[in-house]
Unconditional design. Structure first.
Length: 113
């Protein structure tokens, strides 16, 4: 049976994931559409900050570390309300989308001489 703190951690983790996934998709959209705004730069800063946090926690989300205290599950989604396949491949999928978005932004913003 799931302990109450784990439910709270999963909810918070999922809400943060939604915001960061949205920011990543917005970066990609900005790069594809050429609509690069202040929000694009804020989204980029958010994703870079997330990357720094993951780096500091040895590529694990701090909420995953907290959730581990309440579960011994070996599922990739034990700490978040996502399908297991998405939780497993989350970093790969969204890092790829982010990097493509950055590439498209650079193509649009950096002058070619």
């Amino acid at each position: 049976m799931m302990k109450q703190p784990l439910v709270f951690i999963k909810l918070v983790h999922t809400l943060i994931w939604i915001v960061l996934a949205g920011a990543t998709l917005y970066i990609f959209y900005s790069g594809i559409s050429g609509r690069i705004t202040t929000y694009t730069w804020i989204a980029i800063a958010m994703i870079i900050a997330e990357g720094i946090v993951l780096l500091l926690f040895k590529w694990a989300c701090p909420l995953t570390v907290m959730a581990r205290k309440y579960s011994d599950s070996d599922k990739d989604n034990f700490d978040i309300y996502l399908p297991n396949w998405l939780a497993r491949h989350n970093k790969t999928i969204f890092t790829t989308i982010f990097l493509l978005g950055i590439l498209f932004i650079l193509i649009r913003k950096v002058p070619v001489n």
